[in-house]
Each structure stands twice: as C-alpha cells, then as structure tokens.
Design a protein around this ligand. Structure first.
Ligand SMILES: Nc1nc2c(ncn2[C@@H]2O[C@H](COP(=O)(O)OP(=O)(O)O)[C@@H](O)[C@H]2O)c(=O)[nH]1
Ligand SMILES: [Mg+2]
Length: 201
C-alpha cells in the first residue's frame, strides 16, 4: 500500500476531533474534504481505505448510532471529515433534529471546506435522501464529487447498468465527476486520492 500521496505522509494521521455539538465544529485552518452519505454507505471504510489504515475510522455493523463529525488530520496538512450518515430508518425525532443541526452547522460559513465526496451505494443507487443532499450541495454551491461505493458487490454488467442510472439521475448535474470505489479491493484509491490532491492542495 502506497503510504505517500504527493506531499502527504499518510503514516502521520490521527483522529484530531470528534464533534457532537455545532459549536465544536472547525471553520478555519487546514483545508477540509468532507465525506457525506447514507448511514452504512461506506464512509468510514472509504476513509480507512484512502489512508491505508484498517481501523482508524470506526466501521459499524450497526449504522447510524452516533451523530458526530469526525476529523482525521493527515500530516498536519489536510482534514478528512466523516459527516454523520443520514437515511437511517429507525431514528428518533431527537436524533433527526441533532443530525440536521450538526450537518447544517458544518456547512454554514465553513471557509475551510474545499470539497465534498458524496457517496452513493452502487447497489442501492440514488435514494430520495441522496437527492436532497445533492440538491442542497448544488444550491449552496459546494464543490462535490460522486463516489460510487462497494463496487465489488456487483458484476461488470450490473455495475455498468447501475453507474449509468446513477449518473443519469436528475439530481446529478451534467459534468459531475464520479469515481468508482471498492474499499474492500482498493479499487479507485489512486484516482480518488489524485483528485483530492489536485482540487484541494
Ligand atoms: N463489500 C464491501 N463492503 C463494504 C465496502 N465498504 C464498506 N463496506 C461494508 O459496509 C458496512 C458499512 O460500512 P461503514 O464504512 O461503516 O459505513 P458508514 O456508515 O457510511 O461509515 C460495513 O459492514 C462495511 O464492511 C466495500 O467497498 N465493499
Ligand atoms: Mg461511519
């Protein structure tokens, strides 16, 4: 596993902050790349895969349990930000309110936010929650890319069909950059890391 990407030494990575309240959120300083998507879509796995670490970000079998924003700092140069997942069916009103407040708080006046990676599950495709999130990113003019996750779960024909459906969804604007990913196989890692560095550093 390549442990250097451009200037970034991936060995030097730490969980810098777990924020559960919007006043704890970081709005300045190091550039941020945020990971957004449904609970269970593979956000934490993607962060671990990019960093070449097995367990830095917690991968959960029980999705959507904690509502926090987690900052992973790479080499004191870049923050990867794991946003709380959405679309978890059995979530209380209190939790939904907490999710909204924290997520809106994260995007609000965040001058350090350079790029959002919007994750979409290759098998599930774009859900109505994903559409709302995409509309929102577009509306607030936040630069984003799509990452299609868990691509190892489909065969080539199925994958082509699903990707076609995803990129032709009305919520996905033309020219949206899109990376196919599998954290299990490391597929897309190089391409995504290069895209991040090119856009952010
Ligand atoms: N087959 C496969 N499973 C994955 C992949 N990425 C994540 N998963 C599994 O999907 C589940 C949710 O992953 P997690 O990273 O915790 O999702 P999060 O809730 O978005 O952070 C876990 O059981 C992971 O092992 C992938 O690329 N391939
Ligand atoms: Mg997670």
């Amino acid at each position: 596993m390549e442990m250097k990407f451009g200037e970034l030494n991936l060995h030097n990575t730490e969980l810098a902050l777990t924020a559960g309240l919007d006043r704890q959120l970081i709005k300045e300083g190091l550039p941020q790349v945020a990971f957004s998507g449904r609970s269970n879509v593979g956000k934490s796995s993607l962060i671990n895969s990019l960093l070449g670490r097995k367990k830095l970000a917690r991968v959960s079998s029980e999705p959507g349990k904690t509502i926090t924003v987690n900052y992973y700092c790479i080499d004191k140069k870049l923050n990867l930000v794991d946003l709380p997942g959405y679309g978890f069916a059995r979530r209380s009103k209190t939790d939904i309110a907490k999710w909204s407040k924290l997520t809106a708080g994260y995007f609000e006046n965040n001058s350090s936010l350079m790029l959002v990676l919007q994750l979409v599950d290759s098998r599930a495709g774009i859900t109505s929650d994903d559409r709302q999130m995409l509309d929102w990113l577009y509306h607030y003019d936040i630069p984003y890319m799509l990452v299609i996750t868990k691509c190892d779960k489909l065969n080539k024909t199925e994958l082509t069909k699903q990707v076609d459906k995803i990129i032709n969804d009305p919520a996905v604007r033309p020219q949206t950059e899109c990376v196919l990913y599998s954290s299990l196989k490391g597929l897309g890692r190089e391409a995504l890391m290069n895209s991040i560095i090119e856009k952010v550093m």
